[in-house]
Write a protein that binds this ligand. Structure first.
Ligand code: B12
Length: 336
């Protein structure tokens, strides 16, 4: 069974079971594919991962509710555990702590990585969703891992990556970073202080194996960021509240919004501001532009036109500029 076979029909079959709440059938499908010769990696990436990404798309387009996504993710958790339990015990090779960036609740992608590393002979300690960095610090001093792998799935948690990187570095441990928020090349991960970035399991395995013989040099100083960007991050709610009061002029339909719609609009404005701050942390405007593309699609699925996003950026830019002019420029550039 090749990856291509899995992605075509099995994902649909799996999604059918999972969205119908048929957990056992979904788990059985994953295990049957393994029995028929698919690799652990194939089942994780091309069945369970593909199903999860599809669930995300359906939620974004508003064809699935949050409940549909939770139902499927719960079954994927069971299938992932079953796949993990089918593996031989880990080799006594090097130990990798796998954690989510603090704030990030997407434990499934991180656990997928942990199980794939285990299938390649690494011992792993998987710490689940958003673990406070002080607690990761104490477990690192107890377990003395050879490396840390941090998963970041939404750019809002970039500073969580860096807090973990700095904590691991204080103990002389190298950190590899990955996950969908870190993009398609090492730039963002490097800027957040990580020693390496990886976008797939093969390169992750070769980097970690390389580190067994040749450890990267660990920086002695913590990662530095522009203080303006840091301040912007913590000021987002305040900025969003002021922006909302100016928005009605730029976007007249706002006047007839219900209170809960106004609340959600304020949250979206805060979210745009936080992504602008995240873009600044890694000096990469695409962090903001990708989020805006996503937001336009999300809002379109809920009947809100793209002009609402443009209006939001127009009112946000001057308010953001009082704290961080560079971020304001990012917001202005993103209007068109
Ligand atoms: C399930 C899910 C959730 C669940 C998570 C459950 C769990 N236990 O994991 C819950 C409900 C908690 C959740 C919450 C939210 N979510 Co969510 N979620 C998802 C969903 C549908 C699937 C996640 C998943 O299982 N992915 C599966 C794997 C296969 O994803 P993957 O990225 O390909 O991962 C692989 C690689 O990246 C790699 N990898 C991952 N980490 C690392 C690390 C290293 C070192 C390496 C080498 C590799 C590596 O390995 C993985 C396996 O191949 C995604 C959609 C998606 N595309 O992922 C949205 C998604 C990530 N969520 C999204 C959003 C918006 C949210 C919320 C903000 C929603 C809200 N308004 O509350 C919150 C944020 C919560 C938080 N603080 O983190 C958006 C993010 C959009 C954006 N602009 O960034 C997405 C993309 C959905 C969408 N299409 O809009 N979510």
């Amino acid at each position: 069974v090749s990856g291509a076979d899995i992605s075509h029909s099995s994902v649909q079959e799996y999604l059918g079971y999972a969205s119908g709440g048929e957990g056992q059938a979904g788990v059985r499908l994953a295990l049957t594919l393994l029995d028929r010769g698919a690799s652990i990696e194939d089942v994780i990436v091309n069945l369970l991962g593909a199903a999860q990404r599809e669930a995300g798309k359906r939620w974004m387009l508003n064809t699935w509710s949050i409940a549909d996504e939770h139902l499927v993710s719960g079954i994927t958790q069971r299938a992932l555990d079953a796949v993990a339990n089918s593996m031989a015990p880990p080799a006594s090779g090097s130990l990798v702590v796998v954690a989510c960036a603090e704030g990030d609740w997407h434990s499934l992608p991180a656990q997928m990585l942990a199980e794939m590393l285990r299938s390649h002979g690494f011992a792993t300690a998987f710490l689940g969703a958003s673990t406070p960095v002080e607690h990761v610090t104490s477990i690192m001093s107890r377990l003395r891992p050879d490396a840390v792998a941090v998963s970041c799935n939404i750019s809002l948690y970039f500073s969580g990556v860096t807090r973990l990187v700095d904590a691991a570095h204080r103990q002389g441990i190298p950190v590899m970073a990955g996950g969908r928020a870190l993009g398609n090349d090492p730039k963002r991960a490097r800027r957040l202080g990580a020693d390496a970035w990886s976008g797939d399991i093969d390169s992750a395995v070769s980097i970690l194996r390389g580190w067994q013989h040749d450890r990267p040099e660990i920086p002695s100083e913590p990662t530095q960021f522009d203080p303006a960007a840091m301040l912007l991050q913590v000021s987002a709610s305040e900025i969003a509240a002021s922006a909302l009061s100016f928005l009605a002029k730029a976007f007249p339909p706002l006047e007839s919004f219900e209170p809960d719609q106004l609340d959600r609009t304020r949250e979206d404005l805060a979210c745009i501001t936080r992504f602008a701050a995240a873009a600044r942390l890694v000096d990469d405007v695409t962090v903001l532009t990708e989020m805006l593309d996503w937001l336009r699609m999300l809002l379109a699925g809920r009947g809100v036109p793209p002009s609402a996003v443009a209006a939001g950026l127009e009112v946000l830019a001057p308010l953001i500029g009082r704290i961080d002019p560079q971020a304001a420029q990012y917001a202005l550039d993103a209007i068109n």
